[in-house]
Design a protein around this ligand. Sequence first.
Ligand code: C5P
Length: 216
Amino acid sequence: IPPQDFEGKNILITAGPTVEAIDPVRFLSNHSTGKMGFAIAEAAKARGGNVTLVSGPTTLKPIEGVEIISINSALEMYESVMEHFDGQDIIIKSAAVSDYRPETTANNKIKKHDGPLQINLVRNPDILKELGAKKGNKKLIGFAAETDNVIEYAKAKIEKKNLDLIVANDLTEEGAGFGSDTNVVYLIDNKQQVTKVEKASKLEVAHRILDKIKEV
Ligand code: C5P
């Protein structure tokens, strides 16, 4: 049995992609599989935490003892996270939230025609940024998946979104990022201190993230 060092802590975790409907058949989304967020939920549960997981569509198995709330769109994730905000001690936002959604969702399947089709996209709310504005003494952890200037962008994000810790992912690094069973991350705390977690299983990386959360 691992140490019960999160016993009595209420922990809200988001995972997976969001999907933004274009019409009843098509959607906009991304390559997130939810593996990192589910691994954090599993690790936090094993260490005694009271875990609530808000997840976009994934093919992953439910985790025993973890309440999973399934959502599709960023707006649904927003509502669910805000509804569960009170009473949390730690909020970990590992979901890959779509930054944009189609301005309208067609009621019927859009028919093809000659020439290009235009779909207007509008911004989704930045859930993490709104949480940062009202976090009080909750610990707030964000993720940053980048293909370049990883640490620099992550450092800017920690300030902008008022986070305690950011987990930065270099998507170009071997064994890191979407779909992989392993990850390589940089943990950057609110004093801009950077710790690298070398390539390891997502469950192992999850435990290192939790270790760091105790220090911030
Ligand atoms: O700014 P960027 O999208 O790179 O920030 C990533 C972090 O912000 C992740 O923790 C992600 O879950 C969160 N996020 C969010 N709402 C959005 C976009 C990102 O909560 N609309």
